[in-house]
Ligand binder design. Structure first.
Ligand code: DQA
Length: 141
């Protein structure tokens, strides 16, 4: 199985950025753990702070990969273009968030992309990504 993890803006700073909200682990360190848990899966990783680059990556992998795990960061709450990109491709997309966005500011309660995704996982810290892998593997259905 080929799975693409895509992180959006400011998620390159995980580990340094608001550790009280997002934890103290960098994504690179977490990814090592995740890959060790799933040695038989190809877990590719891409991060960009630029909306169009996230869209380009979705187009690039979205007809070929078995799943996309997307944390679109703040673009979650604003981007019609990302919603359209998710709808445009064949690969199922799972929306993830590290924090529980529904416990936070009201502007984070609205997602522009959820309606185009297979499902949403939020609030489990970095473990949200592992739970998304499990969902893509078809466990728990
Ligand atoms: C986030 C939640 C978003 O509201 C925020 O803008 C982020 C991170 C999360 O993973 O909890 O950048 O997507």
């Amino acid at each position: 199985m080929k799975i693409q993890i895509i992180n959006g803006p400011n998620l390159n700073l995980l580990g340094k950025r608001e550790p009280g909200v997002y934890g103290a682990t960098s994504f690179e360190d977490y990814l090592k753990e995740l890959r060790a848990l799933y040695p038989n899966l190809a877990l590719d990783y891409y991060q960009s702070n630029v909306e169009g680059e996230l869209i380009n990556k979705i187009h690039e992998v979205g007809f070929d990969y078995d799943g996309i795990i997307l944390n679109a960061g703040a673009y979650t709450h604003t981007s019609v273009a990302l919603q359209d990109a998710i709808r445009a491709v064949k690969t199922p997309v799972i929306e993830v968030h590290i924090s529980n966005v529904h416990k936070r500011e009201e502007f984070r309660h609205k997602s522009m992309i959820s309606s185009a995704c297979v499902g949403v996982i939020c609030g489990f810290g970095m473990d949200s990504y592992r739970l998304a892998v499990e969902a893509l593997k078809g466990n728990g259905r």
